[in-house]
Design a protein around this ligand. Sequence first.
Ligand code: ADP
Ligand code: MG
Length: 912
Amino acid sequence: MASGGGNNRNGTHRNSLKGTTTTSTASTDKPLSVNSNPSKPAFKNKSSPLTGASSGLRKSSPGSLGGGAAKDDAGVPGRVRVAVRLRPRNAEESVADADFADCVELQPELKRLKLRKNNWDTDTYEFDEVLTEFASQKRVYEVVAKPVVEGVLDGYNGTIMAYGQTGTGKTYTLGRLGEEDTANRGIMVRAMEDILAEVSPEIDYVLVSYLQLYMESLQDLLDPTNDNISIVEEPKSGDVSLPGATLVEIRDQQSFLELLRLGEAHRHAANTKLNTESSRSHALLMVHVKRTVKGREAAHSSDNGNSTSMARSLRPPLVRKGKLVVVDLAGSERIDKSGSDGHTREEAKSINLSLSALGKCINALAENSAHVPVRDSKLTRLLRDSFGGTARTSLVITVGPSPRHRGETASTIMFGQRAMKVENMLKLKEEFDYKSLARRLDIQLDKLIMEHERKQKAFEVEIERITAEAQNRISEAERNYADAVEKERLKYQKDYMESIKKLEEKWMMNQQNQGDERKEQMVHIAEEVAEVKKLLSKETSLRKAAEEEVDNLKSQLAQLKMSEASANSEILKLRKMVEDEVCQKEKLEGEISMLQSQLLHLSFEADETRKRLDRGGPGKVPGGLDSPVSQVRSQLKDSGNGEKASVAKLFEQVGLQKILSLLEAEDADVRIHAVKVVANLAAEETNQQKIVEAGGLKSLLMLLGSSEDETIHRVAAGAIANLAMNEKNQELIMSQGGISLLSTTASHAKDPQTLRMVAGAIANLCGNDKLQTKLRGEGGIKALLEIVKCGHPDVLAQVARGIANFAKCESRASTQGSKTGRSLLIEDGALPWIVQNANSDASPIRRHTELALCHLAQHEVNAKDMISEGALWELVRISQDCPREDIRTLAHRTLASSPDFIAGLKRLRIDY
Ligand code: ADP
Ligand code: MG
């Protein structure tokens, strides 16, 4: 509208001013010279160069206020940038000043402003940017504000401020909302558009507060009740904050516009209430921008290819916090004239306090003064960072064209000129966001805790399951084991009890059957039994030890609970122990059977001892042949049915076949015991047949030949002697080479008892009529005559018995006519021994030899030899002295009837 006319006028003015400019001298040069060195060192040259700032700052167009940013970015001080904007003539001016030229002329290409002093003189000033009345809002934003906004987005504080006389377009420049025409949008709206376009709503934030400063009172335009906000300065950093101000987070442009409208409405209401105008107060829009630096973080992780996600997650995000302050200052015109707008002089002072303080501070900063009166007003305190601080500051001074306000315009221009000298030290507001890292780590921690709890629970359930399973297996194993152990234990117990019972019965029976004279031997037996018992108790204690071992194993079993695998291995171990127990049991059974055979042997020995006692005792068994067989027999008879029964019982118990098999046992002791048992059995007539049928006789004879043990010889010979009582057995013995075996045994014997047994056996064979010749042929008589060399009366008695038996059979055969010729006894040279022992002191010897002599004397064929060997004398003695009447009579009758004997008696002059 007025712009066209303005153009023309301005063109005119410029032309006219140009002329004056060229003519201007020192006054023109002075301001220029002031600005010729815009990068003069800052007032506060305190910080080190801003490292990293260069990468964060983007280049603006070369013509902008931020054109020198590259230099600033390198960390050098950043001077306050100042642009001047000329408002077009308004309607009133077009009329009122129609005849006058504008008081300013602009040379935008030279960035110069010419201020008309009078009709013939102008002052020329240079600015960072000169914006004509035709400059669009867009261009104004780009040259004045955009570099500052970009700095804020990069983490620098920024200030955009408008200074000028009321009505020159400060609010137009900063605060137009552009609702009717978007081309008219002012700096605030455009700045927010740029900011919102750059930030990420998820991680960044934009907070806004909007305030008014009037008469040193700071009011919240977003909350009218909040009308005295205090300024807080952080002593160390000097940062200024307004904790009481409302902060609104801006997410979109629309809400920001509403916020500005709301603020404007509140400003209007407040000013009505205070009876003032907006032009008297300062409006401050504060925009806090926090951005997370993404590119930087990515650069960090790419630095180190090995960096783990954990390391990345522990690195706090880097954030940049920039604060943009947009200040629409109160009108710069002087109002200190009293009553100029209804205020007292003092009020007027207070109204303008902040603005004049700002001017003073800028003066001080421009002159590098030592003292900057920052604390003189709230405005200067609030803008501390904007002038001489760390912020990038852009000032737009607005001027009107009217020559009527030339004074105010000149004053505005001077303010701008001084502000251009102010150096700031741009500082990047970059920091690590530990709070957000902590929040992120908290969330991660919560997740990990949850995960851990879930796993823990699953783990516990699994453990419970495994434990229950292990418990089941262990208790099953324990049950099985206990069953097996109990079974074994009962079996052992039963076996032991039975054995003990049998042994005790046997022992009791033996004890009952012993006579007083056998007590000594029974003590021996009792000792043996005690020994057996001891062995048994040892076995019992072994079993107890095994049970203790079992307990031990049970405790080991408890340890199995530790793990299933070890439980299984322990069970195997225990099974092996059970097997060992079974082996032990078998061993014990073997020992028991050996003990049984020992017991048999003991009873056998007891018998023998008893026999010996019988023989040596006073009461002799009357008549008959005094053979071991008969002794055993009589013993058995004497001891009654008890012993017979016990032998029979043992016989059954052990088994004949087993006993006989033991005769060939490897163990010498076993063989001895076995042969004793067999001998004992052989003493019993009812057993003899069975023994012979089972091959016992053959085994006994074989033992005589194969064994070198004299005990075996003795006992075996005794057994053979017992078996030799039977006529059929006698034939068997003979047919199996018995005589030769017996005589060999005798030739090696040292013990008289062995010889006694051998002699007893031969003696029995001598009583068999059919075997006479064979016996003599195989050396039986010679063997007997060898045996007598030992001289033991018991042995001699057996020899004598054999000879008597032989003589009796010969005598019978001669009488029957089946034998002729000399007695085989005489043939074999037995006669001298017979004669020699016929009067022996030992009655069994004497009795048998007397009988033998009588039988030999029965036949005339023997008489000559008998006489020559001195038997006649003995016959005479027998016929006179023999205590047995039948023998005495036989001797007498023989002597009286034999011609040879009678002749002999005569020849020897024996009176008979
Ligand atoms: P101030 O805020 O400095 O007191 P305003 O911004 O209120 O001044 O402007 C006063 C008047 O001038 C307003 O009507 C405004 O529209 C007008 N105006 C200011 N600057 C311009 C301009 N550059 N172009 C057109 N009109 C303008
Ligand atoms: Mg205004």
